[in-house]
Design a protein around this ligand. Structure first.
Ligand code: IPM
Ligand code: MG
Length: 371
């Protein structure tokens, strides 16, 4: 078994800080679990723009395509707000998703017991929550043509984006969601706006088509995305896996994230087709953004990024037990009350720093090996 080839892209804001803690966890797996990683680090987002004038250099794109998996921190920051749309930090991320063809974006929303009181919803609504949003990531209104801002020739302008999905695009992400439902609770809810959008009608029909023919044992339901957003905050535990398009998935996954109490806890995986080695093209990133307001102060919560590494072990390297080891370590650190400021009530004691939480995760990993 060769070394796992990782491209690490720390990016902007708190990205480099949280990624530094992930690097410690990677080194732990090398020294304590006999894994081998071949790590390349590079720039993305504003950091790449500063160095190269583009948010993702072609060389970096090639490295991403050659890696077993990409680990990304975060992109963006206020200093880049006025840049041309084509070179904004976010374009680097979107290029990676598109050119690696990472069509299936897994966004788990898991409420750790120790954090059930942090949600803005009542404890009984969120305690024990474990749902998974599968968001289509390479098509829809994010990429549809025509797009742009054009003159209307009457002194005004028109902003245009196009929501567009093909049968093939819908079926492949649906299959990915059905497969995940099969490994979990056996339930899939598909969300669209078939009441107002033709693309939504096609989405519903194609998901139903895949379900009837290929996954008759999965309990499939359909919901309009607006109703789905309401159900997500009313009683989220009714869901197991949700599959939805790029834009609705962007919004619904932020809602689902807040159910769990903190955006600082949530990892994600973006997966494409399997390559020759059987591994899917893959990128792993925390759901939180670059948090420029706290960047560089040692306040950022590294858990989401560390849990993204766990997802990489599970989905790229078939190391599910080791992924669980990381997840348990994070949970035990939270339970001990070693937490960054985002996870502390105001009256509580001093928050732990980013590196303290990272160190505590390493300690918990050590403990997991027994005395
Ligand atoms: C996300 C983010 C991105 C998106 C941005 C940063 C382009 O919000 O990953 O959810 O809209 O997809
Ligand atoms: Mg988003």
């Amino acid at each position: 078994m060769g070394a796992y080839k990782l491209l690490v892209l720390p990016g902007d804001g708190i990205g480099p800080e949280v990624m530094a803690e992930v690097a410690k966890v990677i080194r732990w797996f090398e020294s304590k679990r006999g894994m081998a990683f071949e790590i390349t680090e590079d720039l993305v987002g504003g950091a790449a723009y500063d160095a190269h004038g583009v948010p993702l250099h072609d060389d970096t794109m090639s490295k991403a395509l050659a890696a077993d998996a990409v680990l990304l921190g975060a992109v963006g920051g206020p200093e880049y707000d006025d840049l041309d749309f084509a070179v904004k930090p976010e374009r680097g991320l979107l290029r990676l998703r598109k050119e690696m063809d990472l069509y299936s974006n897994l966004r788990p929303a898991i409420c750790f017991d120790a954090l059930a009181d942090f949600s803005s919803l009542k404890r009984e609504v969120v305690a024990g929550l474990d749902i998974l949003i599968v968001r289509e990531l390479t098509s829809g209104v994010y990429f549809g043509e025509p797009r742009g801002i054009i003159d209307d020739n009457e002194g005004g302008r028109i902003g245009v984006n196009t929501q567009r999905y093909t049968t093939g695009e819908i079926r492949r992400v649906a299959r990915s969601a059905f497969e995940l439902a099969k490994r979990r609770g056996g339930k899939l809810c598909s969300m669209e706006k078939a009441n107002v959008m033709e693309s939504g009608i096609l989405w519903r029909e194609e998901v139903q088509w895949v379900g009837e023919r290929e996954y008759p044992d999965i309990e499939l339901s359909h919901m309009y995305a607006d109703a789905g957003s309401m159900q997500l905050v009313r009683w989220p535990k009714q869901f197991d896996v949700i599959v939805t398009d790029n834009l609705f998935g962007d919004i619904l996954s932020d809602t689902a994230a807040m159910l769990t109490g903190s955006l600082g806890m949530l990892p994600s995986a973006s997966l494409g087709e399997a390559g020759e080695n059987g591994r899917p093209k893959a990128m792993y990133e925390p759901v939180h953004g670059s948090a420029p307001d706290i960047a560089g102060q040692g306040k950022a919560n590294p858990c989401a990024c560390v849990l993204s590494l766990a997802m990489a072990l599970r989905y790229s390297f078939d190391e599910g037990d080791e992924a669980t080891r990381i997840e348990n370590a994070v949970e035990s650190v939270l339970a001990k009350g070693i937490r960054t400021a985002d996870l502390l009530q105001v009256e509580n004691s001093e928050p732990a720093s980013t590196t303290e939480v990272g160190g505590a995760i390493i300690d918990a990993l050590d403990e997991s090996l027994g005395a």
